[in-house]
Unconditional design. Structure first.
Length: 291
């Protein structure tokens, strides 16, 4: 076991990430279906589609056309399309509510289901398994510690998992993409922001000594290989261990210097020089064997 940081290999980290990602998707999907049933989100989308069909037949337009087909419409056809669309929401308050709920509820369901999944798999499970281990990290023998090899605290684990991985690493791009799909934000802006986040993550992984992502930078943590990593309970324990190593090293160096000190034959009685030298050699050989 080594007290210096033993960085985990890229292959092990990717394998652990892939397993955790699959588990996260399964758990999040389960909660999403449950929340969709509770909130009855399908009711609002069905109501909205009903109004689209009714006013589409009344005005002779198709609300299901693609953006490309809409661009091919004549100016007169576009005016009729816009008139029909405006009539839906100006004449029916239920249509307005259905439209708003059909956008807000999917975003809310996605946000809550992912939050619950992250709390369970990325916070509660690592607290139970110790050393910041998710299921994937446990399987592949990895762990999360502070940069000085001290065991990660509950607060740091929360910052890493919920603020770093969930808020910045996951929900930021997810919300942007959902806003783009619901035409609430331009595609170019969304792609630029998501690409910037991906590039930042890759740059941190490549150029930091510990190959860390944003969540590790925020929490001052690093992913390590527990098969060779010493984990200390506190900074004081780490300091005590280093002091002990320093004392042992000093003692070994002191003994070596004492054994290797040259013999001053001027202090040896006349006629006993050879016997003294033989005795010193024997003690030196005996000490080397012990070492």
């Amino acid at each position: 076991m080594i007290y210096d940081v033993q960085k985990a290999g890229v292959l092990k980290r990717f394998s652990a990430f892939l397993l955790d990602f699959i588990l996260l998707c399964v758990v999040a999907a389960g909660f999403a279906f449950l929340l969709a049933w509770i909130t009855q989100v399908d009711k609002y989308t069905d109501t909205l589609h009903g109004y689209y069909e009714e006013y589409g037949q009344r005005y002779g337009v198709d609300f299901d056309i693609s953006a490309e087909d809409y661009g091919k419409l004549t100016d007169e056809q576009r005016d009729v399309y816009q008139e029909a669309y405006s009539a839906i929401f100006s004449e029916n308050s239920d249509a307005v509510k259905a439209y708003n709920m059909s956008i807000m509820l999917p975003i809310l369901i996605t946000t809550i289901s992912l939050l619950i999944s992250f709390i369970i798999l990325e916070f509660v499970v690592p607290l139970c398994l110790k050393n910041g281990q998710t299921v994937g990290k446990k399987v592949f023998g990895l762990g999360v510690v502070f940069n000085n090899s001290v065991r990660i605290t509950t607060f740091a684990l929360f910052v890493r998992s919920i603020f770093g991985k969930y808020t910045i690493g996951t929900m930021f791009p997810v919300i942007l993409i959902m806003l783009m799909l619901y035409q609430q934000m331009g595609a170019i802006i969304v792609l630029i922001l998501v690409a910037a986040l991906v590039i930042l993550q890759l740059a941190l992984f490549i150029f930091t000594k510990t190959h860390s992502f944003i969540h590790d930078i925020l929490a001052s943590t690093v992913v390590v290989d527990l098969s060779s990593q010493m984990v200390f309970e506190s900074t004081q324990e780490l300091i005590s261990y280093k002091e002990q190593l320093s004392r042992e090293q000093a003692e070994r160096e002191g003994k070596t210097q004492s054994l290797e000190q040259p013999v001053n034959l001027d202090d040896v009685p006349v006629g006993e020089e050879q016997a003294y030298i033989a005795k010193a050699r024997a003690q030196s050989q005996k000490s080397k064997k012990k070492r």
